[in-house]
Design a protein around this ligand. Structure first.
Ligand SMILES: Cc1cc2nc3c(=O)[nH]c(=O)nc-3n(C[C@H](O)[C@H](O)[C@H](O)COP(=O)(O)OP(=O)(O)OC[C@H]3O[C@@H](n4cnc5c(N)ncnc54)[C@H](O)[C@@H]3O)c2cc1C
Length: 293
């Protein structure tokens, strides 16, 4: 057993998306890409905040000295029915996609629900005069938490369902598990981006971010370590994990759990999610974005 001040679980090796039950031997999680000569393929996250945007991701990109490039072409393109559709305005898709009349109406209906909710989400997220940040966050936490994203959209015909399902699979949960608020926030991210400039790509592929972090942290990163549980232990926390060399564990005063939410909830995190009432200050923070009654 070894000891560390604040280990971060899940912030390194990965396979894309929520089906990854374990760490893999490459850094970056859902930021994965591959080079093909002068081109690169992004398999997960690809849009990053533009220069000057007030964003942690942007600050990280700059701190690591990474270069960004404008995204050519349409950012609202989609593949359907064996063709790539490159409409520049998402609102025009109900009229141009290969859908039946009923499916077109359902796409308009679902699109209007999302659009209206995004507007409320963005309005709700704005800080009110004199309001402390904690109060704003608490208000946001109550927004649309009583139902799932699938319940918000209602039953959809298959091709329309596929459009929203594909878009929401950026996060590690299905529409039936995802809170309506989390689903809305995915679309809000796209529509809110205009105020901070057009999003950009990382030169060479998104995977470059994880690789740069790995270069910076060096031997402090353990790749291919699958965390099986995180438990409270006395005044601290114990992290149990497995590598190719077998099972091991590490004690720490605090732990930052950065595995996908269903994973954190299912097995990784058996310590209290909130600051403990005994005043020891232990906190276990997972990116709990999915919700189920
Ligand atoms: C197709 C797609 C497109 C996207 N597009 C964008 C975009 O354009 N812009 C944007 O901002 N976001 C986008 N996203 C979302 C973005 O990828 C995620 O928000 C981001 O990667 C989340 O980072 P994370 O570190 O929280 O989780 P992840 O990137 O999922 O990393 C979690 C890590 O935990 C590891 N792990 C899991 N279980 C264990 C375990 N038991 N032990 C140890 N490690 C474990 C995984 O292997 C992984 O490395 C997209 C996602 C997808 C899938």
């Amino acid at each position: 057993m070894s000891a560390a001040e604040v280990p971060v679980t899940g912030a390194e090796g990965s396979r894309q998306g929520h089906r990854a039950p374990r760490a893999e031997r490459c850094p970056g999680g859902r930021l994965k890409s591959a080079r093909r000569g002068d081109y690169w393929l992004n398999f997960g996250a690809h849009l990053f905040p533009a220069d000057g945007a007030p964003s942690q991701a942007r600050r990280l990109i700059e701190e690591l000295g990474l270069e960004t490039v404008d995204v050519p072409g349409s950012k609202t393109a989609m593949a359907m029915g064996g063709r790539v559709h490159t409409n520049r305005r998402a609102e025009t898709y109900p009229f141009t996609l290969p859908l039946s009349a009923r499916e077109r109406i359902q796409l308009v209906r679902a699109g209007l629900i999302v659009r209206t909710k995004v507007m409320s989400f963005l309005a709700e997220g704005r800080r009110r005069p004199g309001e402390p940040e904690a109060a704003r966050r608490a208000r946001m936490a109550r927004f649309e938490r009583h139902r799932t994203f699938a319940e918000l959209l209602g039953p959809l015909p298959q091709p329309v369902d596929a459009i929203f399902r594909t878009a929401s699979r950026r996060v590690p949960a299905e529409m039936e598990e995802l809170s309506a608020a989390a689903g809305i926030s995915i679309f809000a991210g796209n529509w809110a981006g205009k105020a901070s400039g057009s999003p950009v790509n990382l030169l060479g592929g998104s995977g470059g971010l994880g690789e740069a972090v790995l270069r910076r942290l060096g031997e402090r990163v353990t790749l291919g370590a699958t965390v099986s549980s995180v438990e409270s232990a006395g005044e601290g926390v114990v992290v149990h994990y497995e590598t190719a060399d077998g099972a091991s564990s590490m004690t720490a005063r605090h732990v930052i759990v950065a595995t996908p939410a269903p994973r954190s909830r299912a097995s990784c995190c058996r310590c209290p999610r909130r600051r403990s009432s005994d005043g020891s200050g232990r906190t276990c923070a997972g990116s709990i974005r999915s919700w189920r009654p």
